[in-house]
Design a protein around this ligand. Structure first.
Ligand SMILES: [Zn+2]
Length: 494
């Protein structure tokens, strides 16, 4: 007997508008000043009327199109009723039967070895407003509960996948790819610590029996996962728990109602929360305060035209255009849009994609990480790095000298050192490659004369003996090309 894991994800993403979905309050993350970003609309005071934020709808369309959804011509708003302290209106404005986008997909790579990919279906993506935040005193001393309504009314897009994912690793991969895509198209910062990207996972097992029948276990929704690791661990835990529960109880999908569980990251377990409401429990009905939205073909086309090259396509293009390894292309793309743009400007400028990739993914990335910097704030502009690498390419300086110049550029007082700084550093430090082989040959001659033992070793077949001699020559003649030195040494000793 065996089983298949069935996972569908519901992802809530905060759209990066300045103001809330139906009022002019700020959406800034501001937990230190609770209840300062509210108004009669998002507090749900009597007589207040919501007005749709056009930018939120626009970002919603961008998202829908980027995940290959249809954008219907007509969409409307519905009230989802439930009572909770963080929802003063006692209903959430959402979309029920006519979402603003549907029937899409997102492609993920499921095997880095074979590069096998998989299209994960997307049932729908709809807009809705966020609720506030409750916090409870869990010290055990008091019973102090607080409500912060700053978040109330913040625009969210909820992206609901088909149950197409088959493992915790696939679910993580899907989330990572989705996050990357949404930051590329600039609809959300997807900051998981601040709650800009949250995920609920629907998990169950299809148990294959010896007679060929398949029995589905009850579906469990694990709520509010806010890290990639949390998603992966919670699903792994659920798979194990459901398998054990099934073996004990034998209860299948239709024997029990859908269950909601919460992920306790500290203990690494899911805990039962409540029976899951069905749609009927929410008594959805169209919101009478808001006009439906119609979308024309021209608008769809315009928004479609605003989308940049998607990360998956760009990854493939970098491999092809610059002969990059799969790994290098992935590292570059994963750093985000601005970083990928930086790389392409360096690669185009020095006309050696592989070398540009080495520098950008190692030297530049290390500096950014150490300094806690974004690429936009990096002091060496892509044109300057390209000019430096071109000098290596033309054998004007060695790679080692280029690293010295790179460090000098970083130390430069100028916030934005230009291409001309490279030449002056090379001159100041005497880094120019020695092309006059006269000097070099004299130095090689002298070193060979001084090192009888090494020469004998080499002549006896010890190739490694050359290494020590190269170092000695390089100390004599600064800026010599080590490749040339090696050749000259071998020539002299052979
Ligand atoms: Zn408001």
């Amino acid at each position: 007997m065996d089983y298949t894991v069935i996972i569908g994800l519901e992802v809530h993403v905060q759209l990066q508008t300045r103001t809330k979905l139906f009022c002019g309050c700020s959406t800034r993350f501001n937990p230190d000043h609770p209840n300062t970003q509210t108004c009669p609309v998002c507090l749900g005071l009597p007589g207040a009327l919501p007005v749709l934020n056009r930018e939120a709808f626009h970002l919603g369309m961008k998202t829908g199109l980027a995940i290959n959804c249809e954008i219907p011509s007509f969409t409307k708003w519905d009230r989802k009723q439930y009572y909770y302290p963080d929802l003063p209106k006692a209903y959430q404005i959402s979309q029920y039967d006519l979402p603003m986008s549907q029937n899409g997909w997102l492609e993920i790579e499921i095997d880095p070895e074979t590069r096998e990919t998989k299209k994960v279906g997307i049932i729908r993506a709809h807009l809705e407003e966020d609720a506030g935040k409750n916090s409870h005193d869990e010290s055990g001393r008091g019973q102090d509960s607080k409500v912060d309504l700053n978040r109330c009314g913040t625009p969210l897009i909820e992206i609901v996948s088909e149950p197409d994912l088959r493992s915790a690793q696939e679910a993580r991969k899907y989330l990572e790819e989705l996050k990357l895509l949404l930051t590329y198209i600039d609809v959300s910062d997807c900051n998981m610590q601040e709650g800009s990207l949250r995920c609920d996972a629907n998990v169950n097992l299809h148990i294959h029996q010896e007679d060929g029948k398949t029995i589905p276990t009850p579906i469990v929704e694990v709520k509010n996962l806010n890290s990639f690791r949390g998603v992966e661990q919670a699903i792994e835990f659920e798979v194990k728990r459901q398998w054990e529960t099934w073996q004990e109880s034998g209860l299948s999908l239709h024997d029990v109602p859908k269950e909601t569980r919460g992920w306790d990251a500290d203990r690494g377990i899911t805990l039962e929360q409540r029976g899951k409401e069905e749609a009927a429990d929410y008594r959805y009905f169209p919101d009478p305060d808001l006009a439906p939205v119609t979308v024309t073909d021209a608008e769809r086309e315009r928004v479609s035209g605003e989308l940049c090259e998607r990360p998956a396509l760009r990854r493939g293009r970098l491999e092809k255009d610059y002969q990059l390894s799969v790994y290098d292309a992935a590292v570059i793309i994963d750093q985000g849009l601005a970083f990928a743009d930086y790389f392409e400007r360096v690669a185009a400028g020095c006309q050696n994609g592989k070398q540009a990739a080495n520098w950008v993914t190692q030297d530049v990335l290390r500096e950014l990480k150490e300094g806690g910097l974004e690429i936009s704030a990096f002091s060496i502009k892509p044109e300057v790095l390209a000019a430096l690498l071109e000098k290596v390419e033309r054998s004007e300086i060695t790679t080692k000298s280029a690293r010295t110049v790179f460090q000098e550029l970083l130390k430069s007082d100028q916030s934005d050192p230009g291409v001309e700084s490279i030449q002056s550093i090379i001159e100041d430090k005497g880094l120019a490659m020695v092309t006059d082989t006269g000097d070099l040959e004299a130095a090689v001659q002298a070193v060979v004369a001084k090192n009888e033992k090494a020469v004998a070793d080499f002549q006896g077949g010890k190739q490694a003996a050359v290494g020590a001699l190269i170092g000695q020559v390089m100390r004599e003649v600064k800026g010599a090309d080590p490749k040339v030195v090696r050749e000259l040494l071998i020539e002299k000793m052979s």
